[in-house]
Every structure is written in structure tokens, then in C-alpha cells.
Design a protein around this ligand. Sequence first.
Ligand code: KIV
Ligand code: NA
Length: 270
Amino acid sequence: MTTVRDVRANGGENPITMLTAYDAPTAAIVDEAGVDVILVGDSVGNASLGYETTLPVTVDDLARHVGAVSRATEEALVVADMPFLSYGVEEGESVENAGRMLKEEGAEAVKLETGPHTVSLTETMTQLGIPVMAHLGLTPQHVNQYGGYPRQGTDPDAAERIRELALAHEDAGAFSLVLEHVPSNLAAEVTDALEIPTIGIGAGPDCDGQVLVVDDAVGLSDWSPSFAKRFGDVRGEMESAVEGYVSAVESGEFPGEEHSHEEADLEDIY
Ligand code: KIV
Ligand code: NA
């Protein structure tokens, strides 16, 4: 069992592996492959629910997927990603929404897209027993503010703000930090400055771990960011399986003898 303590204690010698998963069969595959941390990302909005952004994802949506992933996971740490506006507005409501993921759905920690407004919330949640993974750099819930998904921390002031917020969240009790789409030298500097591990996505090779959206990693998505790598072609496999099914039904080749149940004795009926 991977625990928050194991992740926090990671010295960087053994890189942390993290992937998203949103459903039970995918979580089982990811878990059995030995991935350390499974993130039930709000990327479920784009990856599985057909939305353009993560913004429409609700606490109920996320909870449903966290439950599915937790039920199928034996070894990996399950982290629930908190949806847009489900935290950071009112403290009590933030804690209740995050607490639900642990209390009712089987997650062991939550991830918050962090900023100046989440420092004291991270402290409160940690004190209450809700471990917090912080997330800095590109935070996709700010898509409307950014007007897209541009790389972050690309000038000295912006880089310094990210470094300071990283330290503030470590002090507040965060057990790890996702760094998304920032220059590799900034990620390396933040990784050096922190005791807790950094987990990068589009942040270069010097973080303590790496994370990808599982659909991108296995080659299921129809689009993926330039920093993601496809390690398989699940989309191609599914396309050829579905095409095979269609042509077999249309040609009468399926179902064959071996896929049909024995005929029943229907003489009494007809
Ligand atoms: O929702 C998500 O998948 C994420 C990761 C990319 C870090 O936040
Ligand atoms: Na996310």
C-alpha cells in the first residue's frame, strides 16, 4: 500500500509515478502495473465526460469516479482532484466537499489547484486529516483568465511567485506538489527548494515524479499536449476492434456456432 507518508518521504532516488484514472477497469490496470499514485483528475471532464474544459465538473461527478477508482485499487494512493469552485470560496464547504472524497468514496488525499487563497485552507485540511497535494504552474481551472493554456513561470517575477507559493504550501502541510507546464529550470529550482516531492507534467525531467493523463499515456485521446507521450495505441486498437465487429455482423460471420447457445426444446410452445 502506498501511503501519503511514503510519497512525502520520497527522496527522489526512485521517481514517483502518477497517472490519472476515472473508472474501475482502468484503475485496476494502472494499479497492477505498479503506478504509485492514481489521480482521479478533474480532467475527467475533457477525457470522459465530453466537456471542452474542466470547469463544468461537479463534486457529484468527481465523487462517482473516485468511488469507482477506489474500489478497483489495491496498492496505489488514490488522490481526488477537487473540482472548480468546490474549494477556496468558503472554508466549511471546501472541507465538506474534500472530506466527502475520503469519508464516502475511498480517496486518501485531495489535490487542489493552489494559489494565495489555498494556503490557510491547506493548513486547515491537513490539521483535520485531509492530506493535500498542491498544484502550481499552469492550473487549468484558470483557463478563462489565461485565455488558453500557456506555459507559466516564464519570467523572473512569475517564477518567484511560484517558488514562494510552493514553499508556503509546504509550510501549510501539503505532502507533495504537482508542477504543470513550467520551464524545466524553474521546476528543478522548486524541487531543490522543497522537502516534499514535486510531480511534474510538462515540467522537465528534474521533478521527483511524473504525472500524465492516462488517456494520453496509453494513446486513447484524439488530442494530447506536446509534453505528453503516447506509450501505446489504445485508440487504434479500439477502432480496429469496433470495425471488426461491424463487418462481422454485417457479413453474417458473427455470431457463429461457437458464440450461440444451444437451441432449447420449444416443441411445447410452438
Ligand atoms: O486533472 C488532471 O488530470 C490533473 C493532472 C494533469 C495533474 O490535474
Ligand atoms: Na486537474
